[in-house]
Design a protein around this ligand. Structure first.
Ligand code: SF4
Length: 451
């Protein structure tokens, strides 16, 4: 049975030395109880206490990390089935599949193009996480391709081959070029022994694949028994319905029953689940939303990646902490003293909606972002976080008046009700009611005059 934070605390050294990265033993105990920390972070736990704590302290979904020269992608450590219950912690890694028999220049160009792809979304720069390189022949050819990939872009790798000898040459190359710790794909009932030995030798995570959940659980037990702790699951199915059912079952068993043999991240191959582009997008979307930990796309396709990266960002943000931008004054298109001043809230999506519309219009403007605790305009107003007092405080604390030759403030049309209160809170200012939607701002600003 899981221990409470206080029960765990009693088994810790209670010296508060901070070496675990937490300020006190109690704080560390609470994180262990919440399955958000690993017991190994405390070097002073006695063997006796370790034995008592081991079962309780291990996260229900083990954290697996792939890396290359310090760039990491992590999956695991999740503690809830649904994001709204708390939050999801480690965004799934998105990988692009390549083969070692691609012509050299084509391989390098594919790596360059995919690794250079960036999406700016609500203030974040979103990218792919790595490459899945598939061996088609000898270990030497595989190692040569890995060298080229890593020489072109240093990103975490998934190495794909059923042959231990081929994988070993690839692993050696990856380690030599970028100190990489790739995922090995995949151990099956036929080849698990040499692959487990290889994973253990290199300290690399190992994916296991089987055709049924019971076979999969049996295989992870064997691999773990061979000394491999970092395991990734491939439930083997390649259709939408079965993948949804099995991924959900795996995660439920791990979280609700603490079923250790299936308490690992899951790998997904959307390209193997459908033939046409649209259904591949559906499969990839399902994998992002339903427990895919590492997602391997068959090709680099910006039309698919953009929505997928944006979706991942939304799924893996804490629903209790809205994405916020820093309150303050933002200058758009080189504003002058006679440029319009608009006010909005510091909810990222609100800010970017407004800022992008003004930016796209080509018209200059000052955007005053008030601290509304990360809420959108109407929500913040309803919660009393975007009222006349807060807006007036933002105007005064930023000294924006010093940069203007006018005293006009445009408020969102959704909160036109604030007009009277704001005129009282900001004597000498003229309050103008702007459009209700950001998309109508360009037309509104074209008509705006300072005097
Ligand atoms: S490292 Fe161990 S002893 Fe030190 S603060 Fe953390 S839990 Fe306590």
């Amino acid at each position: 049975m899981a221990l409470s934070g206080l029960q765990i605390y009693k088994l810790l050294p209670q010296t508060n030395c901070k070496e675990c990265g937490f300020p006190t033993c109690l704080a560390f105990a609470m994180k262990l109880a919440a399955k958000q920390a690993e017991l190994d972070k405390c070097p002073y736990v006695s063997e006796e206490a370790r034995a008592q704590l081991a079962e309780s302290a291990a996260p229900p979904v083990r954290l697996v990390t792939l890396s290359a020269d310090g760039r990491e992608v992590k999956s695991g450590n999740e503690i809830v089935l649904y994001r709204h219950e708390k939050t999801f912690y480690n965004p799934c890694g998105i990988f692009i599949r390549l083969r070692d028999n691609m012509p050299l220049e084509a391989l390098k160009s594919a790596v360059r193009e995919a690794a250079g792809y960036k999406v700016d979304y609500v203030g974040k720069s979103l990218t792919i996480d790595g490459f899945a390189l598939e061996a088609t022949g000898s270990g030497a050819a595989f190692a040569a391709a890995i060298r080229e990939v890593l020489a072109t872009a240093v990103l975490p790798l998934i190495l794909m081959s059923p042959e231990a000898q081929v994988l070993e040459q690839g692993l050696s190359a990856a380690k030599e070029v970028a100190s990489a710790v790739p995922l090995l794909y995949a151990a099956t009932a036929e080849n698990w022994e040499p692959l487990a030995a290889l994973a253990r030798k290199f300290g690399a995570p190992l994916a296991v694949r089987a055709n049924t959940l019971s076979e999969l659980a049996a295989l992870t037990e064997k691999v773990k028994g061979a000394g491999v702790d970092d395991i990734v699951l491939d439930p083997g199915v390649r259709d939408l319905k079965s993948a949804l059912a099995l991924n959900t079952l795996i995660r439920r068993l791990a979280l609700k029953k603490t079923f250790r043999p299936l308490g690992y991240p899951i790998i997904a191959f959307p390209g193997e689940m459908a033939d046409d582009e649209g259904m591949v997008a559906v499969a990839a979307t399902q994998a992002v939303t339903k427990y895919g930990g590492f997602i391997v796309l068959d090709e680099f396709n910006p039309a698919l990646l953009y929505p997928l990266l944006a979706l991942r960002t939304n799924i893996y943000t804490d629903p209790q902490k809205p994405i916020q931008v820093q309150p303050g004054v933002y200058e758009i298109n080189n504003p002058q003293p006679d440029s319009p001043l608009m006010v909005t809230t510091n909810f990222s999506i609100t800010y970017f909606s407004v800022a992008n519309e003004v930016d796209g219009s080509g018209l200059p403007g000052w955007l005053l972002v008030a601290d509304a605790e990360g809420m959108s305009v109407l929500t913040a107003w309803a919660a009393g976080k975007f009222d006349a007092e807060r807006i007036a405080k933002a105007v005064k604390s930023t000294n924006i008046a010093d940069k203007l030759n006018h005293r006009k403030l445009i408020i969102p049309g959704l909160v036109s009700v604030l007009l009277g209160e704001l005129e009282e809170a900001l004597p000498g200012w003229q309050i103008l009611v702007g459009p209700r939607e950001a998309v109508d701002l360009p037309a509104y600003l074209k008509l705006w005059r300072a005097n």
